[in-house]
Design a protein around this ligand. Structure first.
Ligand code: 1GP
Length: 253
């Protein structure tokens, strides 16, 4: 049963787009991210992603469990490695970093993680993950040891996203990188959305409601945002960001 995936598709259909809040439990105090998780549903968030590059500060399973206890929303693992798998979430973005040519992130982490995903009972959502050039080197580029797709080459992004679709992946994720200086270009998002049938997640470096609205207008199905909310966890601004990502809804903000 693909309940979480279907819930995402339903939300996109109903609201004209979706907003996914990314919580990195390694980067902000527990009280802050739990307050954000608690406010998410009433602020219009469609689902919460939880993931981190390192998890140096604490216990990933504990963080996911605490986040889940604060919200009725689907909690989806966005793993930085195969060690970030826990049954306390509802689903996992089972990602392959298809823009890179490093076998560790194309298939090795997935092979190591697959038995744990099965044992956990998590819904696995196969996702083609693509890094897009976004200014200075990002953490995910450095950690994965992979080159991003040049930002002025939408045809290369289209070919990768198509390959993802033909390999059976259910989502394509265009990633500028957490805290990126430059977000994924609108013309690239538009080109990819016109090329593939699978929904597009777009994230990395987004700041404003206008950023969200422009991306959804260009063809993004789901906006992913983390850093901006860690730095300023104002729940009023969260409402504005989610409203801008839901063009079919007219809600006073
Ligand atoms: C990173 O795309 C996400 O994986 C979100 O990026 O933290 O820059 O919002 P930000």
């Amino acid at each position: 049963m693909a309940e979480v995936y279907q819930a995402l598709m339903d939300a996109r259909e109903r609201r004209g787009g979706g907003f996914l809040l990314l919580i990195d439990p390694d980067r902000s105090p527990e009280t802050d991210y739990l307050a954000l998780a608690e406010a998410a549903a009433d602020s219009g968030v469609d689902a919460i992603l939880v993931g981190t590059s390192f998890m140096m500060a604490g216990n990933f399973a504990y963080a996911v469990k605490e986040i889940k206890s604060m919200t009725p929303l689907p909690v989806i693992i966005f793993p930085g490695s195969f060690t970030q798998i826990t049954s306390h979430a509802d689903a996992i973005l089972f990602t392959s970093l298809i823009s890179g040519r490093n076998p560790q992130y194309l298939i090795d982490e997935q092979v190591k993680g697959a038995p744990f995903v099965k044992a956990s009972g998590l819904e696995a959502i196969p996702t083609g993950y693509m890094l897009i050039e976004s200014g200075p080197l990002t953490s995910v580029q450095f950690i994965s040891g992979s080159l991003p797709i040049p930002r002025d080459k939408p045809d290369i992004a289209c070919a990768h996203a198509l390959a993802a679709q033909y390999m059976g992946m259910k989502l394509a994720y265009l990633e500028a990188g957490s805290g990126a200086q430059l977000a994924v270009p609108l013309d690239m998002v538009h080109a990819v959305s016109q090329t593939v049938d699978i929904p597009l997640l777009v994230g990395g470096g987004l700041q404003t409601p206008d950023d969200c609205a422009a991306l959804v207008n260009a063809g993004a199905s789901f906006i992913v945002m983390g850093t901006r909310l860690e730095r300023d966890p104002g729940f009023g601004s969260l409402r504005e960001l989610t409203a801008a990502s839901h063009p079919k809804e007219t809600i006073a903000v």
